[in-house]
Design a protein around this ligand. Structure first.
Ligand code: SF4
Length: 444
């Protein structure tokens, strides 16, 4: 048979998918799961590639938390829909929290976006891209972080009633993930070189209450701690009220559970905590911080605060400032209150002027800068286990177990004197300390 005349059927090359992630580590996780599934469908997928081509499909994973984040998401959508208008990209798909929260408005205002999806729409997104959800890929992600650390989402949504927060509107009720599934995912990550798991959820401490009828984050921690290759397990987003102290037993027992706890406290005066519906008082907050520090000596505590919540007086603010001075958190972030529609607090008057909100943030962060400097001085002369994240300029840059990526302190090591491969652990003796950075020599 003469095959010369049979036209060769060139396989139709699926367009490249370029995923853009905005917002928090939970969004990073969701983008990585989507990218893992796309790769599992033999699709070419990249993350935030600057170079775009006319056939590319852009998937924007948006954030809808507070004003600034919403604006950034809208600007990003407009940027890519403009590129589509100019024929420089093929399709624009929007997903994530902003899309979950404002789909009808976005659909009517930005009409050349191909599709808007919610936060729990993985199957539909894959379907719209000509791909199928592959159950066997559970736990398989395309990491966007350096491969030696990975965000590890153990639950979705939140059952808490915090008055200022729109997250439950976008992420729904708390749903814990199956423990065996999580342990398998950790094994896959460890086999691929991940050494640090950063546990995330809206509220870590709620883990298990829905599917196991009890809080059992401590059991999950022990099982993850048993996974060979995992050297650090870090806890982010713990809620203060009803805090399960047994977590700290696991932390004391297991070398590879970092003595680090991120616990957003938001405010401290009884009046503000009540109006915020945080379910905790000033005294209970002070007690829980002291109990945690007593139970795990040397633990690094991070918190997050809000200034300018409706009704916050100068006296409220002074009380918070004094409490920050007394408590001396190791790490602290502070944000201005954002008046979010459909939240409980939206029914209150947003009476604190924006500039006053910002002045209060600046005052707290200035105070914290001094506290951080003093705490860091106490580290000079000590030797710490450091995970090297990258080389930047003249330095290898890493973190101690007391530092989370992107938000906390870093350790800088002179690259002219030392070599340390990113992803490796080294022992570093600290010889100089600044507000948020430590400098040191590799000793082993
Ligand atoms: S715990 Fe409160 S602040 Fe945190 S996600 Fe839930 S409702 Fe929002």
């Amino acid at each position: 048979m003469n095959t010369k005349n049979i036209p060769s059927i060139k396989p139709v090359k699926k367009p490249k998918v370029n995923v853009i992630t905005l917002g928090c580590s939970k969004n990073i996780y969701d983008s990585e799961v989507l990218m893992g599934q796309l790769r599992g469908n033999q699709m070419e997928v990249v993350h935030e590639a600057e170079q775009v081509n006319k056939d590319d499909i852009i998937v924007i994973n948006t954030c809808g938390f507070i004003d600034n984040a919403k604006q950034e998401s809208i600007d990003t959508i407009l940027q890519y829909s403009q590129l589509k208008e100019e024929g420089k990209v093929g399709k624009v798909i929007v997903t994530g929290c902003l899309s979950e929260r404002y789909k009808p408005e976005l659909e009517s205002e930005i009409t050349n976006v191909d599709a808007f999806f919610g936060t729990n729409d993985l199957n539909n997104i894959l379907h719209s891209l000509g791909a199928n959800y592959k159950h066997e890929l559970i736990g398989e992600r395309l990491l966007t972080t350096p491969s030696h650390f990975a965000y590890f989402k153990i639950a979705e949504g939140c059952n808490r009633p915090c008055s200022f927060c729109a997250i439950p509107l976008m992420r729904g009720k708390h749903v814990s993930r199956d423990m065996n599934e999580l342990v398998n995912e950790a094994k896959v990550l460890a086999a691929n070189g991940t050494r640090e798991l950063i546990l995330i959820a809206q509220d870590l401490t709620y883990y298990g209450l829905d599917i196991y009828g009890k809080r059992n984050l401590d059991e999950l921690l022990r099982r993850l701690s048993d996974v060979p290759g995992i050297e650090w397990i870090r806890l982010q987003y713990a809620y203060p009220s009803g805090f399960p102290m047994e977590i700290l037993d696991a932390m004391n027992e297991r070398e590879n559970i970092c003595k680090y706890l991120d616990m957003p406290l938001q405010h401290i005066t009884d009046r503000m905590l009540k109006s915020m519906r945080r379910g905790i008082t000033k005294q209970k907050t002070v007690d829980i911080v002291n109990q945690i520090r007593d139970k795990v000596p040397g633990i690094a505590m991070r918190t997050t605060l809000i200034t300018g919540y409706p009704g916050e007086t100068e006296a409220d603010f002074e009380e918070m400032l004094n409490w920050v001075e007394d408590t001396r958190f190791d790490r602290l972030g502070c944000f201005t209150y954002s008046h979010e529609e459909k939240t409980h607090a939206h029914s209150l008057v947003d009476d604190v002027p924006e500039e006053v909100k910002q002045e209060r943030v600046d005052a707290i962060m200035e105070l914290q800068q001094g506290i951080s400097f003093e705490i860091n001085q106490e580290k000079v002369g000590n030797t710490y286990k450091v995970l090297i994240d990258r080389k930047e300029g003249d330095f290898f840059i890493g973190r101690t177990e007391f530092d989370s990526p992107e938000v906390d302190n870093e350790v800088l090591i002179d690259a002219a004197m030392h070599y340390a491969a990113p992803g490796s652990f080294v022992q570093v003796k600290i010889d100089r300390a600044e507000d948020f950075d430590l400098y040191g020599q590799i000793v082993k």
